[in-house]
Design a protein around this ligand. Sequence first.
Ligand SMILES: [Zn+2]
Length: 362
Amino acid sequence: MRILLPVILLILALVIVSVSPSNAQLKPPIKCLQNQLNELGFDAGDADGLWVAKTEKAAQNYQDKNPSIKIQAVSAESAINWCRRIGLTNPKLQKFWPSKEVPLKLKLSNNLSKSQIKTLQKESQRTLKYLNSKLGFDLAGSITIVSSNEQQELEKLVRTEWPYPTTEVNIKTIINSYCYWNYPISGFAFDGLVVLCVGEELSSGRSFSKKELRELRQTLVHEMAHEAHFQLTGYYGNEHSAIMYRNRGPKWLFEGLAYAIDYQYGFPNVSIKRKVEYFKERNRMNSTQLRDSAEWGGTHPNAFSDGASFAGHLLYRRAGLHSFRKYIESVGSGDNSHVAFKQTFGLSLGDFYAEFDKLSEP
Ligand SMILES: [Zn+2]
């Protein structure tokens, strides 16, 4: 099971105010932004990846001159969003995108066995490669993957790598809600942080079975697809998050496309036709429920994931898997989400809901 945290992230937005730029991982995005600003004629100082007053001032000036692409306050932490966004609106400046400079950072608990750690390392790189070569997501540089098979240990790791300046939020509660310890693997993503919960069944340290390996791959690609979404459309942890969320489009869409990608990665030989049939069978929602569903839970625990997966696969069938990237890049470059939806998938959101209801009928 793979989980995105819209509700909790909105709560977080209340407590996240500013961030201190101490993390070395912030360097490549800052360097990208400095290069871009310098090239655009805003003097950001040396492109050294350090967030200094000159860089901040240049970014501020750029923001003032380009209010239409305001993502969030310019800061060291949002540098990756700005660097992506400036690249999307000025394709020539994409050459500064930092993706290839720094590999993924993995923080894996000692509780995991050597063979499990090796698998996690290998699969993380493989997933990154897949997203890059198959879907065109040039992602990396600021993603930390933490994993453990033990709740307290995972809590510790998450706390150390927490991407926000506050620990007021109860990390324990988050892990409690979103780790499914009786699943072989479950996970969730924040801005630049992917958390993988390795289930109790694997606590003996044995290697992943074939089926568990597939679950791991699906979880990894799913959460990293969300990271692509964070990078290209802006992070949640900022004061504009509620507005940003609305502007990006419906919640089910990001979830549904992440599922379409993860099932393609996990089951590359199953046709899209069969996948659509499978999720049609599972789906219990109509379009109104889908549109209004905030997240997991409700009367039917898997209702949201099934509904979103069905919708995501319908869109995949319509426009191909690359549509995910196309849509978020479009929204990320400032397009209205309704316009982006129609341009990407070839029908309006309203027409899609009508189609969803028609196709949901047994
Ligand atoms: Zn998700």
